[in-house]
Design a protein around this ligand. Structure first.
Ligand code: GDP
Ligand code: MG
Length: 162
């Protein structure tokens, strides 16, 4: 059984785009409309010869329990299955209440967390990533899931955590 890296975060931060980047193919479901990913989707991945399972999460809850409850329930389920967590935040937006709700779950779970400060597409938004130190989860890794910028350093950190 391969170690499991769960990718969690509120809708539209770029989780599925990052999963595509990690698995090296356009397979994870991404969409401009937030919430299109099914609850959990697992893919086999490999970084520098290390094999692992990457778990994409997301999707609206069909029962309509509300966005916040849906995000937290999904994060809880994914984190329970994970050996390490890749927590994705949109650095260009900054930490929202929904991000903070996920942080609480991550703290309670006591599993290793790597913080991805996504949508840092160029040097102009590097400072946005640094703002995410405030989440108290350690170093925010600036990354552009869309263009690949910073993804090597992020994956190195994720492998340390796994
Ligand atoms: P998810 O809901 O967290 O899985 O987010 P998606 O991966 O579906 O991405 C949501 C939107 O953000 C899509 O329009 C993506 O193209 C866009 N996106 C994802 N990563 C990046 C990035 O690094 N930079 C920019 N500019 N847009 C991104
Ligand atoms: Mg998604």
């Amino acid at each position: 059984l391969l170690p499991v890296l769960a990718v969690v975060g509120r809708p539209n931060v770029g989780k599925s785009t990052l999963v595509n980047r990690i698995i090296g193919r356009r397979e994870a479901v991404t969409e401009d409309t937030p919430g299109v990913t099914r609850d959990r989707v697992a893919y086999e991945a490999n970084w520098n010869g290390r094999r692992f399972t990457v778990l994409d999460t997301g999707g609206w809850d069909p029962e309509g329990e509300g966005l916040r409850a849906s995000i937290t329930a999904q994060a809880e389920r994914a984190v329970a299955l994970a050996d390490a967590v890749l927590f994705v935040v949109d650095a260009t937006v900054g930490a929202t209440d929904h991000d903070e709700a996920v942080v609480k779950i991550l703290r309670a779970a006591r599993k290793p967390v790597v913080l991805a400060a996504n949508k840092v597409d160029g040097p102009a938004t590097e400072a946005d990533a640094a703002m995410l130190w405030s989440l108290g989860l350690g170093e925010p890794y600036p990354v552009s899931a869309l263009h690949g910028r910073g993804s090597g350093d992020l994956l190195d950190a994720a492998m340390e955590a796994l």
